[in-house]
Ligand binder design. Sequence first.
Ligand SMILES: *Cc1c(COP(=O)(O)O)cnc(C)c1O
Length: 373
Amino acid sequence: MSGFVFSEKPIGIERGEGATLYADDGTEYLDFGASYAVAAVGHCHPRVVDAVKSQAEDLLYVQASYPVEARTTLYEKLATVSPPGLDNVWLCNSGTEANEAAMKFARNATGREKIVATRRGFHGRTLGALAMTWKDKYKKPFEPLAGGIEFVTYGDGEELAEAVDEETAAVFLEPIQGEGGIHPAPPSYLKRARSVTRKAGAALVFDEIQTGVGRTGTLWACDRADVAPDILTTAKGVASGLPLGATVCADWIADADPEHGSTFSGGPVVCAAANATLDVVVEEDLPTHAADVGSYLMESIEAADLPVRDVRGEGLMIGVEVKRGSNRLLRDLALEEGILALPAGRTVLRLLPPLIVEEDHADRMVEALEAVL
Ligand SMILES: *Cc1c(COP(=O)(O)O)cnc(C)c1O
């Protein structure tokens, strides 16, 4: 008997603390992918662990129709930290579900069907969110997917303006494309997306599932461009590894009263984990820290004279485009250097370390790259 879908790596992990994972054979690994960007405040942050323990002793779960303090607090906290005008929170169990809800909410509020998404974009793997995801490899075997999706070239404001019309329910964008290879959008593109959607009466949705919670040097990547969407989705780092997604909406989306639901929506234990995580991010000003260490890391990689084609990103969301296959490189980094990272396509090494890493962790990463490249 075995699990399937995920191909397991030959490293059994037993324990985590901060940026480090400890394997069952005693080896230490620096987790430079933060396990899919989830360990944003580091593995097993004591404040998160305490909050989870204490909530578990009081109440593991109650249905979302009864108010419970951990959930009420999280609604308030997410509304407070989200871009202006986003005060209505829907909680679910993953990033994909947060986007799936955003599609439904936008269609419901506009009474329209068409959704504009971007080439190279990634929004999840259910039949709705997958339809907005670009890569054929993820989609082809499962068609037919949700209809009404039109793709435009990421970063091309003209093409976007032409695609958005009176039939458009929503435009979905990652402010920095993650899975697609770490491609930051210029602030002018996000501003253009804001103006064309407003003019057409369509919802602007920012998928901040990977870019959010401080990773790119601001709490949300769209803060850098000073653009607020109508719907923002988040997940990954927001609850330090307990499954939580959130769809945060403007009044006109929420007031249209979408019919939606989920058994596990906003369970108290995941909410307690998210409250503690957001407190750590805000109180320790981890976005600023991510900006500082991120610039240091990018500059160090550029200065190291490595055989790479490009280094790009913001804060601690960095893509290193290499001249060889990223899979082999990742294996060498793990087995020879004790560093775990992620791919983004075949030739991009994706670095998404916990936001608490320091310059000496960055130095170790650069030395490891020098050794394996
Ligand atoms: C990971 C990711 C998703 C999907 O989130 P899951 O929690 O895996 O369902 C969606 N959009 C972006 C940008 C992501 O990085």
